[in-house]
Design a protein around this ligand. Structure first.
Ligand SMILES: [Zn+2]
Ligand SMILES: [Zn+2]
Length: 369
């Protein structure tokens, strides 16, 4: 028979976490030092940040190369409320969904898919994010008590958001309509006081012709968001992320944090990247063809040597539901920029309004008296 202590030891040995050498506890990534830190005895283990130059992966081979998939040291939790999928260290259990605040979250058999190649580690600590949350709440008196409850419960998580970047060579064949200006001298007769007079003037005309040609362009790191769970407008407000801060992904960066599993697939992401590239190609053709007016009639583009990278960008997030709607407060984990939305509390607005009316009434009585 094994004792409880033995079982605990066995459990600990099973985990992939890096153990604290002085007390055996699970260390966590520490944004302040950029290394691992033991939450029990504060022992620090540095992480050697590396920058692999060959991180571009072949788009056509994606999914078949097992080296680039998440290993079984992570599990996927799915939210029954908002559908967000969170990737967590295999020995950690999620008890609420970071993206909507719901506790309707359970581990699934879903595979975590393509693993990240690069990450911007958190620079902002949980304490800093929490302080920013507190400041933000103070500035929003009309927010409902529910929001303050979320804050009090310390429901703020460090989540890495998934992004794709794509590189591609493009070769486009185009047909354009080109208009060139020319001027003709026209004379016409005008009548002044009933007398005819001949007026000569230069009139601008356009001569059109159609032409075709080829256009080449290389695209480097077209960035596409692979998350749909964070309010797009809020995310816009905490941009930018400095991509110069990217470093090779290491499991250590996940310790104490979670990653959202991409909900935009690699292929769907590439479609979005193509929309962006197509627009840039059209603009490029318009700029490169000589003519006073250039209208693109048709473009067909061949994409080749497509490569991709899977990135994780850091975000502190606190979410809650109010009247069936999800509200979020987010902090850029790299820069500390904040954004949030919240419902107005009509009870508070009503109470304040009544209060203001009472004050006006009293002032009125005093003036009258
Ligand atoms: Zn320790
Ligand atoms: Zn959720």
């Amino acid at each position: 028979m094994t004792s409880f202590d033995d079982q605990q030891t066995a459990l600990k040995e099973d985990t992939e976490n890096i153990k604290c050498p002085s007390c055996g506890g699970n260390t966590e990534f520490d944004p302040a030092s950029g290394g691992l830190k033991c939450p029990f005895c504060s022992h620090e283990i540095p992480i050697e940040a590396t920058f692999d130059q060959n991180v571009e992966l072949d788009f056509k081979k994606a999914g078949t190369d097992l080296n680039h998939l998440w290993k079984d040291d992570v599990r996927v939790f799915s939210c029954g409320n908002c559908g967000a999928e969170s990737v967590l260290d295999a020995n950690v259990v999620a008890d609420f969904c970071s993206f909507c605040g719901s506790s309707h979250i359970a581990v699934t058999e879903h595979d975590a898919g393509i693993a990240p190649g690069l990450v911007i580690p958190f620079h902002i600590s949980k304490e800093e994010a929490h302080a920013k949350f507190q400041d933000w709440i103070k500035g929003h008196f009309f927010a409902p008590t529910k929001l303050k409850e979320t804050y009090r419960l310390n429901k703020i998580s460090g989540a890495y958001l998934p992004y794709w970047t794509y590189d591609s060579k493009t070769f486009s064949h185009y047909v354009v309509r080109v208009g060139n200006y020319y001027y003709v001298t026209e004379t016409r007769t005008v009548y002044e006081d009933g007398k005819p007079r001949t007026v000569t003037e230069q009139v601008r005309k356009i001569r059109w012709h159609q032409q075709s040609g080829n256009y080449r362009k290389f695209f480097d790191d077209v960035l596409i968001k692979a998350s749909t769970t964070v309010d797009a407008k809020l995310l816009q407000n905490v941009q930018p992320f400095q991509l110069a801060g990217l470093t090779d992904y290491k499991t250590e960066y996940m310790s104490g944090f979670l990653a959202e599993r991409y909900s935009v697939s690699l292929q769907q992401g590439f479609k979005k990247a193509q929309d962006y590239m197509e627009q840039r190609i059209v603009n490029g053709i318009e700029g490169s063809v000589a003519g006073d007016i250039v209208e693109v009639v048709n473009v067909s583009t061949d994409y080749s040597d497509i490569t991709y990278k899977h990135l994780l960008l850091p975000l502190w997030i606190s979410s809650f539901q109010f009247n069936q709607k999800v509200y979020q407060f987010i902090v850029n984990g790299q820069s500390g920029k904040v954004a949030g939305n919240y419902p107005l509390s009509f009870v508070k607005i009503a109470l304040v309004s009544i209060g203001v009316l009472i004050v006006i009434f009293i002032v009125y009585l005093l003036i009258q008296g």
